[in-house]
Every structure is written in structure tokens, then in C-alpha cells.
Design a binder for this molecule. Structure first.
Ligand code: GCU
Length: 519
């Protein structure tokens, strides 16, 4: 039975902001019978776990475990490097006590099993108000918002995602391969391009960003580009039949892919790539692993390590999500040089960790037109103040801390999520006035995508809406969590699909949504 819950959310400062006070009513549907697709183990600080990503979402899980003595030694060295990085950051932050452990999303009998009781999900009801300046005065005009946005960006930079350093090396794009092919029965031009980072100041680290672009040959004018985070490593392709890690082929972007485990489909849906090319639009894939590796041991390498000349990060330096978002902006630099695409119509898509990256990319990159943010959850569109599914303490563990600025570790202990100066609704608001599509899968107890807290992502969208309204944009007209399969009607929109942790079901909805904005 669906249960109906009223959850009062206060926007701070509460006394001076009556118009922003709102009651958001949640109807918590549950209830999908198939068992959870997650195999998430929360990594406690004291007992780090290698490979914390869930089986459904993580192609990394399909990598063969190390077997030879050399491989085992290399794996241990890599874990030691991550531990050294993690503990260096704790030292810089003067954190001497263990952080609070994260939740276990897998084992229902575990003491720290994730909370799916909505009545316990909102212990931090005070949300910062995007439309109130830090000095308590109100944002009344779009001009005011420009100033207020800077306050929000500063907080996200310092405490959450980290700052992009001023001295990031220049990227020079070169075409690696340029061929005409037939893909999904559509004649396309395929370009593999490589963005080389100037490493003359620190030659020990080499960064070659890999971007693939497919443009239908039928295009007779510059076309929109839908760029997905993921992408093949075309410079070092995996051995035939071999595994691949993050940065490898996209799960969920293709029919029957890794994310779609539970629900049998009579007819496999068309892949995202095919849907995009059939619209006559360009498809691009950005290999995030070639910008920055998806782990803590990589932080002294990649674009972050190159910029830091192989040294550890400072607490407000960029984390991996911010680096991927920066890389997406460099891809736009390349698009600006390619006359086949319309650089004013570039969308970014990402699922799961890449969903977080896609939201960060739209929020920070003004040249990006829109985003499909799939199952981004904690550290994405889910409010960190929500104590359900994945929580801040999972992100501050050794398996995920690298996504964030070092300063974010403080909120896993000694501080709490309620101490964060900003939250997800303000990251979404940073995207305004540009259209954005937020989504996730089944929620509620036994929900196959409950870990990402789709009701919470609705709530964050609702709390971002006043900024869209201020900027004259259309907002969806409900404060009531709509449940699955309802497409809301706003420039900032939301649709939850029923089913597991995948971006497949919402692709057609996103493409129709984007079509409204593209010529
Ligand atoms: C884990 C992690 C999530 C992340 C997901 C992914 O489940 O807890 O935050 O989105 O992995 O595969 O990207």
C-alpha cells in the first residue's frame, strides 16, 4: 500500500522567508517485487573495501580480479596509494577520529542497512534558500540571482566538488581517426579525437582525453550533439572478450546493457546512440577515465595530478566529478572547431556516477545547453540532507571520496550533512535557466533503484523551481511527489521510471524533451 507522508522542509533562514517555506508532500509508493540490483557495501574508514560499486551499475566489477603475484602486488600498491591519499587529506583537515561509516545498500540484516523509512529520512529539515543571500536579504531580480549564484558556486567549489585550479594545462585537440561508416544502418562520419594536455611543466604525467563524435551524413546544417559520459578507450582497446573498467563502453546507453538486469523486455529498446542518430543529431562519447581515473589512487595522476605536478590535493582542490565536468567543457572547445555540429545545442548525459558528473557539468559549464541526469543520487540530485538510500557517509568513504573536494570529508564526521552550506537543489538551480531532465528508477523499500532516492531528487527539483520561475522559465506545478512514470511539465523536469538502475527507459523522454529546445 502506498503510504502518504507530509514532510515539512524549511528553507533557511526560516523566519525571514515565508514565501519560500513549503510543505512537500511525499507519497511513497514502493514496491517492486524483484530484488534490489545493488550490491553496495559501505566502505568504513577503518576497513576499506576494494571496489564498492554495485554489480548492476559497475562494469568495473566485471574486471578480472588480479591473479598473478605481480598483479596482486600491483593491486596492493594501488590500494596503498589510495590509503595514503585519503589519510593525507584527513591529516590536512585535522580529522583524527574515524568518520561515520556509510550505509549498506545490500544486506538487509546489516546494522547499517540503508534507511528506507520515509518518516526517518528528513532529520535535517533546514535547507539553504537559493533565493536568500548569506546576509539575509532577498533575491528579487534576475540580476540579484547572478550575484547569489556566485555565493552558491563558491560554497560548492570550496566544500563540495572543489575548485578547478587556475593553472590547468591547455588542451590541444587532434583528430586521431576520421572515417565514414554505417552505424545502426545510418551512414555517419566518425571522428576519434584526442585532447592532449600540455605537460611540458611535468612530463611524468601524460593526459590524452578521448572523445568520439558521430555525425549523420544526412546532416545539411550544424546539428545538436548529445554527449554521453563513458566511451570507448580507442587508444588502448580492451583485449577481445576482456573486461573493461569505468571509462569503457557505456552501460545503459545500449540495449540490454549492464544496468538493465531485472526486467525482461520482449523487444530490446533501441540503443541511445541509435535513437540519437535516427533523429539526425550527433552522438558523442567522452571517455571520463582519460580525463581523470575513477579512484583515489589516481588523484596524483590524470588532469588533477598533472596540474598538481604529482602532489596531493589541497582540501578545496577539484575532485573527479569536477574534473569530468571540466573535461566536458574542453570537448565543447573541440565542437567549436567542428562546423558539422551546433555548439549552442550540446547536451550532456550521464548515468549513476556519470549522472552526478552530468549535473555538475551542466551546472558549471554555461555553454552546455541541457542535460539528462540519470540516477545521480547522492552527490548528484539527491539532497545530502536526506537520510535514505546512499548517504554522505558513503561518499566520504575510501571508495568514493575521490569524486569530491577533500573538504567534503568533514561532513562525514566531525560535521553532519545538515552543516553543508549548500545542497542538491542549489546545484540544480545553478543550471537555470537552461532545461534539465532529472530521473531515477524505482524507489521505496525493495525499490530496484532506491539507493538513489528518486523522491528526494523530485524534492530537490521542486526546491530549485523558484529560481527557474524568477528567470521566467516554466516550472512544473506540483509539490507532490508524482511517483513513477509521470513526466512533469517544466523547463526543469523530472521523470522516474519503474524498474532498475538504468538510463534506458528515459532516453526517449529526454530526447523528446531536448527536441523542444533544439532547432
Ligand atoms: C555506487 C555508488 C553510487 C554510484 C554508483 C555507480 O552505487 O554508491 O553513488 O552512482 O556506484 O555505479 O556509479
Amino acid at each position: 500500500m502506498p503510504s502518504k507522508l507530509n514532510i515539512p522542509i524549511k528553507l533557511k533562514p526560516t523566519l525571514t522567508n515565508n514565501t519560500m517555506k513549503r510543505i512537500i508532500a511525499f507519497i511513497c509508493t514502493g514496491v517492486i517485487t524483484a530484488s534490489s540490483a545493488f550490491a553496495q557495501t559501505a566502505p568504513p574508514v577503518t576497513a576499506p573495501v576494494i571496489g564498492t560499486a554495485p554489480a548492476a551499475a559497475a562494469p568495473a566489477a566485471r574486471q578480472r580480479p588480479p591473479q598473478t603475484p605481480e598483479q596482486l602486488a600491483a593491486a596492493k600498491a594501488s590500494q596503498d596509494a589510495m590509503q595514503a591519499d585519503y589519510h593525507n587529506m584527513l591529516d590536512q583537515l585535522h580529522i583524527t577520529q574515524p568518520l561515520r561509516p556509510g550505509r549498506n545498500g545490500n544486506d538487509k540484516t546489516a546494522a547499517n542497512y540503508a534507511n528506507y523509512d520515509e518518516s526517518k529520512a528528513n532529520p535535517y529539515p533546514n535547507y539553504p534558500d537559493p533565493l536568500t543571500f548569506k546576509d539575509g536579504s532577498k533575491v528579487k531580480t534576475p540580476k540579484d540571482w547572478e550575484k547569489r549564484r556566485k555565493e552558491i558556486v563558491e560554497d560548492f567549489d570550496r566544500e563540495v566538488y572543489g575548485r578547478v585550479p587556475k593553472n590547468v594545462p591547455k588542451i590541444t585537440w587532434k583528430i586521431h581517426k576520421d572515417t565514414d561508416e554505417v552505424v545502426n544502418n545510418i551512414p555517419v562520419n566518425v571522428k576519434q579525437v584526442v585532447g592532449h594536455a600540455d605537460n611540458s611543466a611535468y612530463p611524468a604525467i601524460n593526459v590524452d582525453i578521448q572523445l568520439t563524435l558521430m555525425v549523420p551524413k544526412s546532416a545539411n546544417h550544424p546539428v545538436p550533439v548529445i554527449m554521453v559520459f563513458g566511451g570507448q578507450d580507442f587508444l588502448n582497446p580492451p583485449p577481445p572478450g576482456g573486461g573493461f573498467g569505468f571509462g569503457g563502453p557505456r552501460p545503459g546507453a545500449a540495449a540490454g546493457a549492464a544496468g538493465a538486469t531485472a526486467t525482461p523486455r520482449p523487444t530490446p529498446p533501441k540503443s541511445a546512440q541509435q535513437q540519437i542518430l535516427e533523429k539526425g543529431w550527433a552522438y558523442a562519447a567522452l571517455n571520463t577515465g582519460t580525463i581523470q581515473a575513477d579512484n583515489g589512487q589516481g588523484l596524483t595522476k590524470g588532469i588533477i595530478g598533472l596540474t598538481n605536478k604529482g602532489q596531493f590535493r589541497k582540501p578545496d582542490d577539484w575532485g573527479v566529478l569536477r574534473a569530468w565536468a571540466w573535461g566536458a567543457d574542453r570537448a565543447i572547445d573541440y565542437f567549436e572547431t567542428n562546423k558539422a555540429v551546433n555548439v549552442k545545442e550540446v547536451a550532456i548525459e550521464g548515468h549513476s556516477r556519470w549522472g552526478k558528473g552530468a549535473l555538475v557539468a551542466l551546472a558549471y559549464n554555461p555553454r552546455m545547453a541541457t542535460a539528462y541526469v540519470s540516477s545521480s543520487g547522492e552527490a548528484g540530485a539527491k539532497p545530502s540532507r536526506r537520510v535514505t538510500g546512499e548517504e554522505v557517509e558513503n561518499i566520504t568513504g575510501t571508495g568514493e571520496y575521490h569524486w569530491m573536494a577533500g573538504n567534503f570529508l568533514k561532513y562525514g564526521g566531525p560535521l553532519t550533512p545538515g552543516d553543508l552550506p549548500v545542497d542538491a537543489h542549489e546545484l540544480i538551480a545553478m543550471c537555470a535557466p537552461r532545461p534539465v531532465f532529472i530521473s531515477g528508477g524505482s524507489s521505496g523499500i525493495n525499490g530496484q533503484d532506491a539507493w538513489v532516492d528518486a523522491p528526494g531528487m523530485f524534492m530537490a527539483s521542486d526546491m530549485a523551481n523558484p529560481v527557474y520561475a524568477l528567470l521566467g522559465k516554466k516550472t512544473f506545478q506540483t509539490h507532490q511527489y508524482p511517483g513513477p512514470e509521470v513526466l512533469l511539465d517544466g523547463d526543469l523536469t523530472y521523470r522516474q521510471h519503474s524498474g532498475p538502475h538504468t538510463d534506458v527507459p528515459n532516453w526517449p523522454f529526454f530526447l523528446t524533451f531536448a527536441d523542444k529546445y533544439f532547432k
